[in-house]
Structure formats: C-alpha cells, structure tokens
Design a protein around this ligand. Structure first.
Ligand SMILES: [Zn+2]
Length: 81
C-alpha cells in the first residue's frame, strides 16, 4: 500500500467502515510509516472530538482548517471526480 492509497481509505478506516482485510493492510502501513501513523492518529482524534461535540458534523471553519491540513497531502494523486 502507498501513502496515497492510505489517504483514500483514511476516512473509512477511522470510521470503522473497512473490512478486516483492508484494516489490516492500513495497520501494516501505519506501523511501517511514521508519517501516516501520525496522520491517522491526529485524524482519528479529530473525528472523536468532532463526534463528542453537541452538534452533528464539523463547524465549517473547523472543517476548512482540517482540509487545509489534509489536502496538501492529497495533491498530485487526486482520484477522478
Ligand atoms: Zn505512509
């Protein structure tokens, strides 16, 4: 698995929506890649905090900040659409 593939699975991984095989693949990559390990850790922390908020969904300003952090990582290998 490449870092780009991990980014595409990150949301489902953190949300627990991946099948066991995909989770294992992600975890193997995280264990061998410090950069993605930190990214997954901070992303899952952010999701947990967001879920603990009284309102559903992220505040727009917060989501914009999160995107500003994540999107530079995605540049260069955008999925179609
Ligand atoms: Zn990686």
């Amino acid at each position: 698995m490449t870092c780009e593939e991990l980014y595409q699975l990150l949301h489902d991984y953190v949300g627990g929506a991946l099948v066991v095989e995909s989770r294992t693949t992600v975890e193997v990559h995280i264990n061998g890649c410090d950069h993605c390990g930190v990214l997954v850790h901070s992303y899952s922390h952010t999701v947990r905090v967001a879920r603990a908020l009284p309102k559903c969904g992220l505040p727009p300003a917060f989501e914009a900040r999160l995107r500003a952090v994540i999107e530079p990582e995605l540049k260069g290998d955008k999925p179609a659409g």
